[in-house]
Design a binder for this molecule. Structure first.
Ligand code: F6R
Length: 626
């Protein structure tokens, strides 16, 4: 969703800001803007379009101004930028950030939602302030200016803190002030802010992807912290009820990603690139985590010893969208390997239904971004009720990872495409490790443990073998892309795979896809089967093959086209209109492989339909607001 960048240093701020905004585009946005201080004045440029439109506008402005003056103008060295996902007010140029006060002294960019915005806006209007936009953010700019009007000696940090004391809601924000042109003030409460430390220059962003080109040394702000950033130094403070306290010395974190990780390389879009990165992503997840001698897994980050692991009576996975489906795969793995009850629930439901929190349950908060608000709130609810929760996140330093304190790092590498692929695969692989660990402190024999360890080791090569079939799957997807609706059918191990496959198809191709448990078809949905309704049926190599084959027969008997995705080599090609084959794996691990052709199917169907694959309509990469 919204993205923030800021810069103070010695370079021309404009290209740094534009590059940062470009790197944040993947998060999803509907308008963009930036503000720099040039010759003591704010220069604001905004667009209701893409970052490229902003770039074009700036180039046109620069051309017009040099034609007028004939002289080159000193480049601004401080500025802030924003990509906006509309919450308060339409996605138009006026509502785009940055927002300013009436005198154009202060400019603010803000992620999150100010919950008492209406009250604050009414108060400002009652005091005679004209509000130009419909946003909650504009109120902040006027309020900061009002703090200066009330106390001329206030520092920018003072004015920001005094303003934030009146604000309810979530924010990550950056403020510039023409009267303090050497500094940015940033604050965080519920929406991520990271500082990038350079050589006589500093960067700010809501996401490290905007910084890695310039520095790998970063500091993640905590909720309730503010920071004043100058080119050569910075300080952070925690806002308390009575004032502020220094946050002390912060040790920078080195970002575990390269600028190249965010480049497309030979690929035309990130989703395809990330699908093809899966063998490496799985290798990274397994590195150093397989304990051959005891046929178990090593997951130091969860911080639970054997006795504590044994005391866990139930495991519950919480996540949203694909992270929830990965949690379902995890629950199946835990039940199968550790024989303890496990299930998954959408975090968006969990947080609102006043859950009964069992102290002997291990809760696992699953999230690629580590920022999803529903999952974060679920974790907070759990902690409040004394629940035992670990994170399974891909982004180091993210809100959920930090809130949980302990957990499993997914090691998928940066995921840029909105549709999750390699992160979901790595979630399932990591849950297999967790299930193995829980199983081996219980009754899972060392022979069975070894079987799973070997099965996990084989996964990268098996995924590569599936990816080698990319072209063939593309032909199949092209054949079915024009369908208006599709069913994805699975049973037991195939069920979360079917759900994830349907989700992937609908989110990037906009083809209506529904997942059903195979056994449920005859209780209603069978009525929809017709030659216009293709069904994709998942058939793992397990004891349910015969049942799944009879599901295929039921669909065919009603004239429905069928695509089968299977690891069961003995299944004849004549069983369905098309059979997509994956290698056979250890049965518990097969969902991980069966899911890969579904990613390719969705990808190629969307490509055939000419969709914007990396940025599907109405969706954002990390959902930080409700
Ligand atoms: C689907 C997808 C979403 C996310 C969901 C949770 O491809 O990407 O359904 O899985 O929004 O996001 P994270 O994992 O960042 O919490």
């Amino acid at each position: 969703m919204c993205g923030i960048v800021g810069y103070v240093g010695k370079r021309d701020a404009m290209p740094v800001l534009i590059e940062g905004l470009h790197r944040l585009e993947y998060r999803g946005y509907d308008s963009a803007g930036l503000a720099v201080i040039s010759r003591g004045r704010l220069q604001i440029t905004k667009t209701a379009g893409r970052v490229q439109d902003l770039r074009d506008k700036l180039a046109a402005k620069a051309g017009a101004s040099s034609a007028k003056t004939g002289a080159s103008v000193a480049k601004p060295t401080i500025g802030i930028g924003h990509t906006r996902w509309a919450t308060h007010g339409e996605p138009n140029e006026i509502n785009a950030h940055p927002h300013t006060d009436t005198a154009n002294r202060i400019a603010v960019v803000h992620n999150g939602i100010i919950e008492n915005a209406e009250f604050l806006r009414d108060q400002l209007q009652a005091s005679g302030v004209h509000l130009a936009s419909d946003t909650d953010t504009e109120a902040l700019a006027h309020m900061i200016a009002a703090e200066f009007a009330a106390d001329e000696s206030a520092t920018l940090e003072d004015a920001v803190i005094r303003t934030l004391r009146k604000v309810e809601g979530a924010y990550g924000l950056v403020v510039v002030d023409t009267k303090n042109p050497d500094q940015l003030v940033v604050a965080r409460n519920g929406s991520p802010i990271v500082l990038g430390l350079g050589n006589s220059e500093m960067f700010v962003a809501s996401d490290v992807s905007a910084l890695v080109r310039y520095t790998k040394q970063v500091i993640y702000l905590e909720d309730g912290e503010v920071a004043t950033i100058k080119a050569t130094d910075y300080h952070t403070a925690t806002v308390t009820a009575g004032g502020t306290e220094s946050s002390g010395i912060k040790v920078p974190t080195t970002v575990d990603a390269d600028a190249d990780d965010y480049e497309l390389g030979q690929f035309s879009d990130y989703m395809r690139k990330e699908i093809h990165e899966q063998p490496d992503a799985i290798r990274r997840a397994l590195r150093g985590r397989l304990e051959e001698r005891f046929a178990t897994a090593r997951l130091g980050g969860i911080n639970l010893d054997a006795r504590e692991l044994r005391n866990i009576r139930c495991v519950k996975f919480l996540g949203c969208g694909s992270a929830y489906y990965a949690g379902q795969m995890g629950a199946a793995l835990v039940e199968e390997l550790a024989r303890i009850p496990a299930d998954a629930e959408p975090a968006s439901e969990f947080r609102y239904r006043s859950p009964v929190v069992d102290p002997d349950t291990l809760y696992v908060a699953v999230s690629q971004s580590g920022e999803t608000i529903d999952t974060l709130m679920g974790v907070q609810e759990l902690k409040r009720k004394g629940g035992q929760v670990i994170g399974a996140v891909n982004v180091v330093g993210s809100a959920i990872g930090r809130e949980c304190g302990h957990g499993i790092f997914l090691h998928a590498g940066p995921e840029v495409a909105v549709a999750s692929t390699k992160a979901l695969t790595n979630m399932a692989v990591n849950f297999a490790l967790l299930a193995l660990l829980l199983g081996r402190v219980r009754d899972l024999s060392s022979a069975n443990g070894e079987r799973i360890v070997n099965g996990l080791r084989n996964l990268p090569a098996q995924v590569s073998a599936i990816l080698a079939e990319d072209e063939g799957i593309s032909t199949i997807a092209n054949r079915y892309a024009d369908a208006d609706h599709m069913f994805f059918i699975g049973r037991v191990r195939g069920w979360p795979v079917a759900r994830e496959g349907a989700q992937k198809l609908k989110e990037i191709s906009y083809v209506h896809a529904e997942a059903y448990q195979a056994g449920e078809l005859k209780h209603g949905p069978l009525a929809l089967i017709s030659p216009e309704m293709p069904s994709l049926v998942i058939i793992p190599s397990d004891e349910l093959v015969a049942k799944n084959m009879s599901t295929v027969e039921q669909i065919k008997a009603r004239g429905g086209p069928v695509i089968v995705v299977t690891s069961f080599a003995e299944l004849p090609d004549t069983i369905a209109d098309v059979v997509i084959r994956v290698p056979r794996a250890e049965p518990e691990l097969e969902p991980i492989l069966l899911n890969i052709p579904l990613q390719l199917f969705a990808y190629h169907a969307a490509a055939k339909l000419g969709r914007d694959i990396d940025k599907p309509r109405n969706l954002a990469k990390s959902v930080t607001v409700e």
